[in-house]
Design a binder for this molecule. Structure first.
Ligand code: NAD
Length: 333
């Protein structure tokens, strides 16, 4: 495994070992970017781990080093029928980048609706703690920035992004229904843009940061949608994973719906320039029309994460970008 991942993994295992050792854990979307980091931590903590993934947006490459050390199921979360009892279920199965979900809207809605219900049923029967991967996208194009968890959102239920935004909103509503009606211990993490080793770089409309790095390293045009003045806030993966793990371990209480993200807001144009600089690339910046309903600003209010979890990001964009570029360079481009 890359040293870049291993160092962060060692720190995470050190911090969470006592929580997860000998626990039985299901990770849906376990072969993906975030899911594979979670599987790595849990396996190294000595947990009995099952990953369920249909490999629609990932390959088993992210978890092949765990062969023989965890159970690997290949299938759709919406078809899941497991009679096992898990201590924890981390529900991360969903297409996650605009390029993926706008081309697969039905699969995206199905995973987040039927898939989440299947997961919640397993939790209800087995008494599991569920950590549901929600997203900053449930806020749509927010009118309040930095955005706190109390903000209701500003979404377009019939726009091209609605399969993801509304799918995740429905998943949150379902989690609350299971919490209220069946007392399932559900926690929801609203993840803001996360990047780092194992994020996929290809895809025209894919996530901006890894796409810019791939394009810069290949000397291709860096494709910016709109004028680049829209903002995003980028959180390094090890910080996001630490926040997610803290949320799953904290004692049961109200308000376990928490933003996890880095509040350092920057324009997409500044990000592209930084990446061009850091990669010493000769790539030109190119501008194309903005995608429908693209949020103008994205920045989390992390007051709740600070209070409830004692969490805040520790790795800034300069350090995080350097590491991510190194990781991309170490892969076959
Ligand atoms: N990375 C981020 O910045 C970010 C931000 C907000 C929310 N999230 C959420 O976190 C979760 C993981 O995202 P990621 O960044 O690791 O993306 P990813 O695409 O790398 O991982 C998602 C995984 O889910 C699998 N999957 C998709 N549909 C499935 C289905 N129907 N059944 C079984 N497996 C399925 C994919 O094959 C993939 O391995 C997603 O739910 C995503 O919405 C991520």
């Amino acid at each position: 495994m890359s040293q870049l991942i291993q160092k962060d993994l060692d720190k995470l295992v050190n911090e969470f070992d006592s929580e997860f050792s000998s626990k039985k854990i299901l990770v849906t979307g376990g072969a993906g970017f975030l899911g594979s980091w979670l599987c790595d931590v849990f396996v190294s903590c000595g947990a009995e781990v099952t990953s369920l993934d249909n490999l629609s947006t990932s390959t088993s490459k992210n978890i092949e080093h765990l062969d023989g050390r965890m159970n690997v199921l290949v299938g759709n979360v919406e078809d899941i029928t497991l009679d096992e009892k898990y201590d924890y279920i981390f529900n991360f199965a969903s297409r996650a980048s605009p390029d993926e979900y706008i081309h697969h809207p039905i699969e995206t809605l199905t995973a987040n609706s039927i898939g989440t219900m299947k997961v919640l049923e397993i939790a209800r029967k087995g008494g599991s703690i569920v950590l549901d991967a929600s997203t900053s996208e449930i806020y749509g194009d927010p009118q309040v920035v930095p955005t706190p968890e109390s903000y209701y959102g500003n979404t377009n239920s019939v726009g091209i992004r609605s399969c993801y935004d509304e799918g995740k909103r429905y998943a949150e509503a379902l989690c609350m229904a299971y919490l209220r009606q069946h007392k399932v211990d559900v926690r929801m993490v609203r993840i803001f843009n996360t990047y780092g080793p194992r994020i996929r770089g290809e895809g025209l409309y894919g996530r901006a940061l890894p796409r810019f790095i791939s394009q810069a390293l290949r000397g291709e045009k860096i494709t910016i949608y709109g004028d680049g003045k829209q903002t995003r806030s980028f959180c390094y993966v090890a910080d996001t994973i630490r926040g997610i793990l803290k949320l799953s371990c904290v004692p049961k209480q109200a308000d376990l719906i928490v933003n996890i993200g880095n509040p350092d807001e920057m324009t997409v144009l500044d990000l592209a320039k930084k990446i061009k600089d850091y990669t010493k690339s000769r790539s030109e910046l190119s501008f194309s029309p903005l995608m429908q309903d693209d949020p103008k600003r994205r920045c989390p209010d992390i007051t709740r994460a600070r209070h409830i979890l004692g969490w805040q990001p520790t790795i800034g964009i300069d350090e995080g970008l350097t590491r991510t570029i190194n990781w991309f360079e170490s892969q076959v481009m």
